[in-house]
Design a protein. Structure first.
Length: 195
């Protein structure tokens, strides 16, 4: 039996949430949805609901998608954020992805949402293989820190950081720093601007 997917939706329209629910049902995704429509409720839901994925309307009246991405990345860095939009231009998509959006789906093409959720969750499964300290090391490596500076920041000795780093690379299936950085950006540990 598959676990129920917790989906936090930042959306001011209940009708749009019904459309999202319908698409997830059509794809046979067992999901528990929680809709919020303000920054305060969004922050509370990130903490209390613990979503597996966040879906946000690009044009939510109270709280914009860029703001939601920033707040979600700070609160739950490994949680994917998918933006739903009525219209898109290339510049907007690039901006949202650089901020940390996993994907941008047009409301007219919501049938893509289940696949976007599945792909984003699959990419993050490898992250579950890491210890909390290895996630910290990953963040610092992706930000360009050296082993001595990581050791200093974590109040460790370099000989402790090196095995963590090697084990992290093994668990993630990455062979070099560029692969680690790409993965860290992909799963929201750091933004493209941070790396």
């Amino acid at each position: 039996m598959t676990a129920v997917l917790r989906v936090l939706i930042l959306e001011d329209s209940e009708a749009d949430v019904d459309l999202i629910r319908n698409e997830l049902d059509q794809a046979a995704m067992r999901a528990q949805l929680r809709r919020v429509d303000s920054r305060d409720r969004f922050v509370d839901a990130l903490r209390d609901f613990g979503p597996d994925v966040v879906v946000t309307d690009r044009a939510a009246a109270e709280f914009s998608a860029p703001d939601a991405i920033e707040v979600a990345r700070a609160a739950l860095p490994g949680t994917p954020v998918i933006v739903i939009a009525r219209t898109l231009d290339t510049r907007a998509v690039v901006s949202l992805v650089r901020l940390g959006a996993e994907d941008v789906v047009l409301k007219a093409n919501l049938r893509r949402l289940p696949a976007a959720i599945t792909v984003s969750r699959k990419a993050r499964r490898r992250l579950d293989r890491l210890s909390p300290r290895q996630v910290q090391v990953l963040r610092f490596v992706a930000q360009g820190e050296t082993s001595p500076s990581i050791a200093k920041r974590l109040v460790l000795i370099v000989k402790t950081v090196e095995p963590d780093r090697a084990e992290m690379m093994k668990r993630l299936g990455e062979n070099d720093i560029s692969g680690l950085v790409r993965y860290a950006v992909r799963v929201g540990i750091v933004s493209a601007a941070d790396s």
